[in-house]
Design a protein. Structure first.
Length: 401
């Protein structure tokens, strides 16, 4: 098997991301010398060596390897039973254990029952080296854990590096390929080392892949494009959800465009995209989606009078960030409204209009009001706006100091 021939036994044998691999070695050296390091969150596209890096570290340092997939760690009980025991104890003869959690960005979601929070608790005070892998550092599913991690980005591997690796793999396995065939496989891989090795093993010389573009690359392409078709293709090739892509483009227009009339025209195109999205919602005719996508991509791209020859930092949308930050408060409010709705036999919308009245009742007798509606302590505090008051008091004290 060709894949077994190229299994990396040291960090130096990995290809494509020397700076990142050097950082990973420093991280492992720290653990080896007895210095506790934060968990390493290795992120980047598929097939570029994230898991291979973990195996190479374990092999080079002689650490015992414990490997988990995020799907194994959906609830608190399984995290404590599987991960907790492995992360808290030592290997045979006192050797360190390297814990690998693959696909960490699938930790949470509908099926998550406290798994992400339990993992975050373990990551906050690690006793053994832990590596997590993910596709996108900014995936909201990683919010609970990434604060406890050291991020490490891996990028797609250059075609020439992949071609050299393929030549070594072919020679080691005794397979016969000429240089043109190896170059063809490397070029078709789009920087995905695993895909290239799979194609080599299957002798698939005509593979063609349209890899998913990173959202940062998509937005940068739209804003930098000089051609209508180029910007349109970037949007249509992207697998980012349509409304999310609109938010990203809207956030970054003013970072790229400098002239007021260009900015106005770009936002005008976005507003026209919104009009078509409204028509889709009303008529349920998805044929309008192509017009909306044209406006948010090509319309924005052609709003500038001339391309800007500068580097632009693409920013995460403020709206998504703020919505994420207020998610807990919105979830709490929704739970309160459901209880008011059930008690008053009315809709959630009507319950929202009763909230000021419930607040008035709670101020007169908080315990009785909580009993009537079944409020928990946190819900009662929310109704009485206690947390808001505490924050305001804290701000005033800080201002006085």
């Amino acid at each position: 098997m060709i894949l077994h021939q190229v299994k990396s036994k040291s960090i130096a044998s990995l290809i494509g991301n020397p700076t990142a691999f050097s950082e990973a070695k420093k991280w492992a050296d720290g653990w080896q010398q007895g210095s506790v390091q934060p968990a390493l969150l290795v992120f980047g596209p598929t097939g570029i060596g994230k898991t291979a890096l973990a195996h190479a570290i374990a092999s080079e340092f002689g650490w015992e390897m414990f490997e988990f997939n995020a799907s194994d760690l959906r609830d608190e009980e399984s995290v404590n039973r599987l991960l907790g025991n492995a992360a808290a104890s030592w290997g045979l003869f006192g050797a360190r254990r390297l814990i690998l959690i693959d696909d960490a960005d699938s930790l949470s979601g509908r099926e998550d029952r406290g798994g992400a929070s339990a993992i975050a608790a373990i990551l906050s005070s690690p006793k053994q080296p832990i590596i997590l892998t993910a596709l996108d550092l900014y995936d909201k599913k990683l919010q609970a854990i990434k604060a406890h991690c050291q991020p490490l980005k891996l990028q797609r591997v250059h075609t020439s590096s992949i071609a050299i690796l393929l030549k070594k793999a072919a020679a080691a396995s005794g397979a016969i390929f000429d240089d043109n065939q190896l170059s063809s496989i490397a070029s078709s891989s789009s920087g995905d080392v695993r895909a290239a090795l799979n194609d080599l093993q299957a002798r698939n010389l005509n593979a063609r892949r349209d890899s998913e573009k990173n959202i940062f690359e998509v937005v940068r392409t739209i804003l930098k494009s000089e051609k209508y078709a180029e910007a349109r293709k970037a949007a249509f090739d992207s697998e980012t959800e349509h409304d999310t892509l609109k938010l990203w483009v809207a956030q970054n227009i003013t970072a790229e465009y400098e002239k007021p009339f260009e900015i106005a025209e770009a936002y005008s195109s976005l507003s026209r995209a919104d009009i078509f999205d409204g028509r889709i919602a009303r008529r349920q005719y998805w044929g309008f989606l192509r017009y909306s996508t044209d406006h948010l991509s090509s319309g924005v791209a052609t709003a500038k009078s001339a391309p800007y020859r500068k580097w632009t930092q693409i920013s995460y949308p403020d709206y998504i960030r703020e919505m994420g930050a207020s998610k807990a408060a919105r979830t709490l409010r929704k739970g309160i409204l459901k209880k008011i709705s059930g008690c008053c036999h009315c809709s959630i919308e009507q319950a929202a209009s009763y909230l000021p009245l419930v607040e008035l009742l709670a101020k007169k007798n908080a315990k009785e009001t909580a009993g009537i509606f079944g409020f928990e302590e946190e819900e009662s505090d929310f109704v009485l706006k206690k947390k808001a008051a505490k924050k305001e008091t804290g701000k005033k004290k800080a201002a006085k100091k």
